[in-house]
Design a binder for this molecule. Structure first.
Ligand code: SRM
Ligand code: SF4
Length: 578
């Protein structure tokens, strides 16, 4: 068995600039503390990379970039801050505080993410420390919300009591999240020292400071999710590490372990690809921590540290081969892995609507369009949420579909919530279309530095155009995922959806078809470089084809998969021409 101490990776001969920054940082400290008070609006390059591990990204509002006197464009630097919410579970007070922080130090909005976490935008450098301290006071952390570490771990957030399987899964997630959390003291030293006394904690150092990660952490981001076979609401196959709960008669027998899922693609790098996680083996409940640690350590030691484009676990597995990877994991795990149990995902629930909780109380799944909580004109979602959270004081969960569950409600709360929403110009979940309910868009412009096209800001309008067409076709009750991103990095997981729309260049998109709600199949490119203005009619033509030729009970994704994109395209183009 390996001693599992961090070792030099095969690719360490020419480490990337980010690796060099990590090596020199003494466990993620670097020059962040010094640069934080240097009076400049932003940080230097190595610190910008290190800061991601602390949960913050240096950005600029791309719409305010201006060329001054014909010189280089001027950037107004601000920061995106991501806060971890393991399994999406938080309290009404925590969500209210997060909204306060957005108002006081951010851009007045918050965003629920596709990984059940919270993002703030528009925080200026001078407010970063105050922001982190507020997050800490709120009993939350931004540490490892981004960066080359285990990220926010996902799990079905539905509070179904008396279901020990869900309770145990959620408890296992909490234990795993703590186990894989970075141990560095730099976070506490930089952000959480007393600003008045300047009281310092001990400097980080020594081999034991990061027993799992070592001084260079992981080669790349690492994502984990738990799912139930009957409810893959976390898209478990899109994660580096996935656990499918295997249960019988209300008892967890163990977990099917999946490895190597990931969506991001870099079009300029042909060697990049989206991948579903591979089924690796089965472990009993008591081995979850050990197998997760073994896989993380294999990735730590064998992931590519010279090329970040191919550094995710999916590429490590691709390079090693699945069998060699499994053997290495078994070596680190210390014993052979049992073969996977036949259990696999077969259901998906977004938990939107009104449900019994199993303890005499109820929960309400409330769709937040693209996860953005804001007050704009007559649409005052932020104020409505404040009232629901303060007057009703529900428990709160964030879903992997950028939405909210209000939990521990009594029957009369249903009308109270609807009244509050209506008083603020917001529709209830029952009043929005199935199409809108199953859609997601990533952040994209104006904050995301990688966006090549719009996403969050244009998807609502696209759905406005599609809704009447879907109704005309009689498909208003059909559930299919429509996911849009402003670039191929795929933050809204478009590559396993029924319809994926991925930003190609300004105002133009690639359409993908043939994934499905279950999230266990990648879709296929259908049309490329489609102008935004043409998306509604192109998608309507696909839906018309589905309506005309689907078999009984067939979903949109399954239909497109069966007919093939070429067949759908031929039919749809004739329909469009006619
Ligand atoms: Fe993401 C980078 C937003 C989920 C794949 N993602 C980014 C950055 C930080 C842009 C950057 O690097 O400068 C985006 C911040 C934009 C902004 O202004 O806020 C960003 N990603 C998001 C969020 C907020 C999208 C959302 O609408 O909710 C999601 C935050 C999740 C969280 O709470 O942790 C988010 N990102 C995802 C997902 C979905 C998932 O994890 O289930 C993916 C696809 C799965 C995967 O990881 O492969 C995803 N984001 C990426 C990638 C491509 C990674 C790759 O391996 O190629 C990047 C770019 C990168 O890492 O270089 C990226
Ligand atoms: Fe930005 Fe691209 Fe992610 Fe959208 S998919 S948030 S545009 S990195």
């Amino acid at each position: 068995m390996s001693d599992n101490a961090p070792r030099e990776s095969p690719a360490a001969a020419k480490p990337s600039a980010v690796e060099l920054a990590k090596v020199a940082s003494n466990y993620l400290a670097g020059d962040i503390a010094k640069e934080l008070v240097d009076g400049a609006p932003g940080f230097g390059k190595p610190s910008v990379q290190l800061l991601k591990n602390h949960g913050t990204y240096q950005q600029d509002d791309r719409e305010t970039r201006k060329a001054v006197d014909g010189k280089k464009s001027e950037r107004q630097i601000s920061f995106m801050i991501r806060t971890c919410v393991p399994g999406g579970k938080l309290t009404a007070e925590q969500l209210l505080s997060a909204m306060d922080m957005g108002d006081e130090l951010g851009n007045g909005t918050i965003r629920l993410t596709t990984r059940q976490a919270i993002q703030h935008h528009g925080v200026v450098k001078g407010d970063l420390k105050a922001f982190m301290q507020k997050v800490h006071a709120n009993q939350m952390t931004t540490l490892a919300a981004c960066g080359d570490v285990e990220r926010n771990i996902m799990c079905c957030p539905a509070p179904i009591h008396g279901n020990s399987v869900r309770d145990e899964m959620q408890a296992t997630l909490d234990t795993l999240a703590k186990h894989l959390a970075p141990r560095t003291r730099a976070y506490y030293e930089i952000w959480l020292t007393d600003p008045d006394t300047g009281e310092k904690t001990l400097a980080a150092g020594g081999a034991e400071v990061e027993p799992i990660y070592g001084p260079t952490y992981l080669p790349r981001k690492f994502k984990t999710a738990f799912a139930l076979p009957e409810d893959n609401c976390t898209d478990v196959y899109a994660n580096d590490l996935g656990f499918i709960v295997v249960h019988e008669n209300g008892k967890i027998l163990g977990y099917n372990v999946l490895a190597g899922g990931g969506m991001g693609v870099t079009p300029s790098a042909a060697k990049t690809f989206p991948a579903l996680a591979k089924r690796l083996g089965f472990v009993p409940p008591e081995d979850v921590l050990a197998i997760a640690e073994a896989i993380v350590k294999v990735q730590r030691d064998f992931g590519n540290r010279s090329d970040r484009k191919t550094a995710r676990l999916k590429y490590t597995i691709h390079t090693m081969g699945l069998e060699a990877f499994r053997a290495k994991v078994e070596e680190y795990f210390g014993k052979p892995l049992a073969p996977c149990h036949p259990a696999d995902v077969h259901g998906f629930d977004d938990h939107i609507g009104w449900f019994e909780q199993g303890d005499g109380m109820f929960f309400y799944g409330f769709n937040v369009e693209n996860g953005r909580v804001h007050d704009t004109g007559d649409f005052r979602l932020k104020t409505a949420l404040r009232r629901i959270l303060t007057e009703i004081k529900p428990g709160v969960r964030i879903t992997a579909h950028q939405s909210l569950l209000f939990t521990d409600l009594v029957a009369t709360d249903r009308a109270r919530i609807a009244d509050i929403l209506h008083a603020h110009g917001v529709k209830t979940s029952e009043e929005i279309s199935t199409l809108r309910r199953w859609s997601m868009a990533c952040v994209a412009l104006p904050t995301c530095g990688l966006a090549v096209a719009e996403s969050e800001r244009v998807l609502p309008g696209l759905i406005d155009s599609l809704e009447p067409e879907v109704a005309k076709l009689g498909l208003s009750n059909d559930a299919f995922t429509l996911r849009m991103t402003g670039c191929p990095n795929a933050c809204a997981r478009p590559y396993n959806s029924d319809i994926g729309i991925v930003g190609r260049t300004a105002g133009k998109y690639t359409i993908f078809l043939g994934g499905r709600l279950l999230g266990d199949r990648l879709n296929v490119q259908y049309k490329d470089v489609v102008p935004f203005e043409d998306l509604a009619r192109e998608i309507t033509a696909v839906l018309a084809c589905y309506k005309a030729e689907r078999q009984s009970g067939e979903t949109l994704g399954d239909f497109c998969h069966r007919k093939g994109v070429d067949g759908v395209r031929t039919w749809a183009d004739q329909w469009l021409a006619g």
